[in-house]
Design a protein around this ligand. Structure first.
Ligand code: SF4
Length: 317
């Protein structure tokens, strides 16, 4: 693949299928952000049905008509792998109750394993340099990441030479307050105006980073997915299956909820200070109905997780 010096060989969207990345896809399809060559969705195999339905719909109604291919990539099924004694488990950030009664947390390796790794492999493939073929010096893909102005502190480079991050929302005009860059609320307004008010949050069904609002949403509106998460929570109490099979059981107990109680007994009806803040905002009509319905906006972003940097155990890619 040959390119002009300093120019990206490809422009690719990191598609989480949440509010911000759906906005970028729609802007590209409308020609307001030109030059997008494709979008990559990393599938952990354990997303809510609403995310897969949304992904199918944006593929059918936005990407395909605009000639933008969506690449769905996967490194396996995170739920199945956690419970498979024969499978190496890239740990989820589980809440641990230590034998001495203290609190702990397992390292988050899942984002690196199930999202970053397959994304990087796909980018190399598209650049014509699958691992271990070397990538020519100066060849790179520009990766669009959906970071809105209200969370600009999360905008970071990937740190990978062949994959340079770009955050288009931070430079757009037309924000409601007249400033440079779109906020999440600007994205929601834009999506609503195009018939995409129901954009869901993208994250694993049993992600320990869910706030109480997400857990309630699951319990009250998606009983099958709630039952699935409760069952998984019960199954990981002694840690992952591989560790137990190898004679390295977890010292302590693992939980999905931060209270370190079984999920179906956890105090998820308690409204957190963050939620109260959102409700206060709502009184003045400044927060979107969509957001209130969906819970906290934090989905799992491969490159800009709100919960800290992932542990990148993918040395090869
Ligand atoms: S959603 Fe949660 S469990 Fe799933 S990959 Fe992201 S951090 Fe890990």
């Amino acid at each position: 693949m040959t390119t002009q010096p300093g120019q990206p060989a490809l422009r690719l969207l990191s598609l989480g299928a949440g509010v911000q990345s759906t906005t970028l896809l729609l802007l590209a399809a409308e020609g307001r952000l030109p030059g997008l060559d494709g979008a990559i969705f990393a599938d952990t195999g354990w997303e809510p049905a609403a995310v897969y339905e949304h992904l199918d719909r944006i593929d059918r109604e936005i990407a395909q008509p605009a000639g933008i291919p969506i690449y769905r990539v996967s490194a396996g099924n995170i739920r199945r792998d956690a419970l498979d004694p024969a499978h190496r488990f890239a740990s989820m950030p589980l809440f641990i109750k230590n034998p001495d009664g203290g609190d702990g947390m397992t390292r988050r390796q899942c984002t690196a394993e199930y999202k970053l790794k397959p994304i990087k492999a796909q980018v190399r493939q598209l650049l014509g340099c699958p691992h271990p073929k070397p990538i020519p010096r100066g060849t790179f893909a520009e990766q669009w990441i959906g970071i809105s102005r209200d969370e600009f502190g999360r905008a970071k480079d990937s740190g990978i030479g062949y994959l340079k991050s770009w955050h288009p929302l931070l430079y757009l005009e037309g924000a409601a307050d007249g400033r440079e860059g779109w906020t999440r609320e600007d994205c929601l307004r834009y999506l609503r105006s195009r018939g995409w008010a129901s954009t869901p949050k993208s994250a694993c069904i049993g992600c320990p980073f869910h706030g109480n609002r997400q857990w309630r949403e699951l319990r009250d509106n998606h009983p099958d997915e709630w039952a699935d998460a409760v069952d998984f929570d019960h199954s990981i109490r002694s840690g992952n299956a591989r560790g137990n099979a190898n004679g390295k059981p977890l010292l302590g107990e693992a939980y999905l909820h931060r209270s370190r109680l079984p999920l179906d007994q956890a105090p998820i009806d308690r409204v957190t200070a963050h939620e109260w803040a959102s409700k206060q905002t709502d009184v003045f009509g400044q927060i979107a109905d969509v957001e209130l319905e969906q819970g906290d906006p934090d989905g799992c972003s491969p490159w800009a997780c709100r919960s800290g940097q992932p542990v990148d155990n993918d040395q090869a890619a």
